[in-house]
Design a protein. Sequence first.
Length: 219
Amino acid sequence: MNDNNRIFTLENERNQFWELYNHRNDHQEPSKLKIDNWSSSQCKFQYLDIKIENKEGKANLIWSTVSEINSKSFEILRSTDAKKWEKVGEVMAQGNSNTLSNYQYSDNEKLNGNYAYYKLKQIDMNGEFTFSNALLFEIENNIQTKIYPNPTADVLTFQFGNNVERNIKISNLMGEKIMRLPTISNRVFSVNIAELPKGFYFVEIESGGQVEVKKILKQ
């Protein structure tokens, strides 16, 4: 896997939940969270796998089912804030199947910013529907930043592709600035975030008029 790929995969379906793994390129342990099994009274189906890949800065969604009952279609929804969603595409389902079914959708629109959210809306024959949890899609740019380990309990290391000056801010999910680091120009730089409460944070990296945003998990 190269640095241009960020893959979010649902695996290990167990009737009650799946685990969402954020596979990274720096060989760190993946982060995970539980998501409810998808089902409704009229449409029941089981997922083998669902993931989102980066193809030259564009999102490519791939998912598979191992069984479907009365399934009509999958709508692909996109958001920039995980609150307001827009439909960007639709893929017809198999309807009724007890064999492996593979699906794919490529969002060919060039996205602005450094990340977007996607989720699937599964619709059954009777019009009932169920949403998946949102998947985060990170868009690589020429700043070439790596942050590791992620998740971390204390030291967070930044690795850059050059020695230009950068300004780094860390904020919570509400957008409140928690930490502002001094301007740095080193290729490798570390900061201790042990005093931060556990949870997710956004790291904003500004350099030469470009802004890169990455998401980290403080354990």
